[in-house]
Design a protein around this ligand. Sequence first.
Ligand code: PLP
Length: 404
Amino acid sequence: MAHTPVSAVMDTYARLPLELVKGRGVWVRDQHGRRYLDCVAGIATCTLGHSDRVMRRALGKQLGRLQHVSNLYKIPEQEELARWIVGRSCADRVFFCNSGAEANEAAIKLARKHGHQVRGIERPLILTAQASFHGRTLATVSATGQPKYHKGFEPMVEGFHFFPYNDTAAFEALLSRSEADGPRVAAVMLEPLQGEGGVNPGDPAFFQRVRQLCDQHRILLIFDEVQIGMGRSGCLWGYEKLGVEPDAFTTAKGLGGGFPIGALAVKQAFDHFRPGDHASTFGGNPLACRAALTVAQELERRLLVPHVQRMGELLQQLLAELVSRHPQLLEGVRGWGLLQGLVLRPEAPTAPQIVQSALEKGLLVVPAGPRVVRLVPPLVIQPRQLRQAVALLEQALLAISAGT
Ligand code: PLP
């Protein structure tokens, strides 16, 4: 028998000292029965909360019918989910996979094909933003504009160049440098709101200019909606907040409500994939698509998108009041809908310290970098629970600041 250290699971995560064993709605419980208000939601994923009744019934029924068959055959649940996305977005066709990184991998491949086919580029470049986050596979981590994720894994996949987010002048300069000797840029890939990079909402004027330049040069504009898509912003898609349509977008986290599924959605004119170009064994299987279809159906039946809009306003207001009560520790609040970031002053404890302290008070929150505490609760959260969350966050902040 092999020697097992503390855990047989590889040490890729700096985990918190907590084991969660069950959940209901916006609450989860650990193995000792202690209850936590969940403002992490599996990192912006459990759209309908935990153990949702409709979700349980739908997945149980689907398991009793058919779970997985592969993409050798047509999958009716996949067809229906693609129709739902296409019917409610700027896209015309969808490719399904299992995660955000995989959806972005598909987008990167599509971008390269666009570069070769449409712009006649031999070695296409993709421009992405500093502080972006696009995933942990080799290509998506290479596309991620945060050197800390590259360290130790060089050489990165070539062909990604970075510019400061929301900086029109810097973007224009990089584009004209890159295209000085002819076409080189296949695509621009951007998050409408940067999640992991510190909860930075996109500036509509910047995005409009990027859209204009992409149109002018026939460059593919891709939005990474892995975290902000599926209603979290208070609109169904983050791009609606910017008033700018992408040519293609990816989504994942909230799509399956906790079940792994990702998607790349494209406009007809940019659907360059042909049979054999891209594939995934599990991608869009009947069970995953049933999970996403149930999330989609419940988003609409429970009017969750306008609910997120209202809850987002309330959460932002509650956090702004918290900032005004503790101006020496807190700098401000930023975000859209139910993806809000509380920005800490340099004098305050760090985001990971506050997350740990919140855990001790019975609240789950997650850092977005060292100086931002991120709240991404299930979209079904109610005003009373938001008030409770901010009260617990205040207790956590005071406890850690006082060293108790
Ligand atoms: N893109 C964005 C914007 C994300 O926030 C994430 C995950 O946090 C990813 C991509 C990667 O998604 P996954 O972890 O499902 O591969």
